[in-house]
Design a binder for this molecule. Structure first.
Ligand SMILES: [Zn+2]
Length: 166
């Protein structure tokens, strides 16, 4: 269903999420890829700084606004370890980025966190298309989603405070 190159981008998102976890942050990572397949930017969650808006998808949307033309943005794809939260989906929509591919859905995250006993987030876990209708959105990717689930389990057991985002 996804090409080998796309799977490579998705695996990179999981790597970035792992880097976030190992830095004491919540495990989320994202990659922005141009129409020609070039990786343009990548980031991981940075909410452990105390700013709960430091999601990678938000950072990539703002990077795209600064560095890409409207046409380049609409032809780009954002790969991400977890489906965009409403804040990031809105930022993605406002700057006019294109397709999104996520490893795990917000619905999956909600059920995983509930199983782990993590309190619910203050932000409603709306699916991306409830925020940006008409956007091409693909996921989850079952072959990688179990790895993301394991990262959330490790984070929950790490003792770091969760500033839950989905
Ligand atoms: Zn977000």
């Amino acid at each position: 269903m996804f090409s080998e190159v796309e799977m490579k981008h998705l695996r990179r998102c999981v790597e970035l999420a792992t880097e976030a976890l190992e830095a004491g942050d919540e495990p989320f990572g994202s990659v922005l890829v141009g129409a020609d397949g070039t990786v343009l930017a990548e980031d991981r969650n940075r909410v452990a700084s105390g700013d709960r808006t430091r999601h990678p998808e938000f950072e990539l949307a703002r990077w795209a606004a600064r560095n890409m033309s409207p046409g380049e943005r609409s032809a780009a794809t954002v790969f991400t370890s977890g489906e965009h939260c409403p804040m990031c989906a809105a930022a993605h929509g406002w700057v006019g980025l294109g397709r999104i591919v996520y490893v795990s859905s917000s619905q999956q995250l909600v059920s995983w966190l509930a199983e782990l006993g993590v309190p619910a987030s203050p932000v409603s876990p709306l699916p991306i298309r409830a925020v940006v209708p008409g956007l091409l959105v693909e996921g989850p990717v079952p072959v990688l989603a179990d790895q993301v689930r394991e990262l959330h389990r490790r984070f929950a057991q790490s003792g770091h405070p969760r500033h839950s985002r989905s």
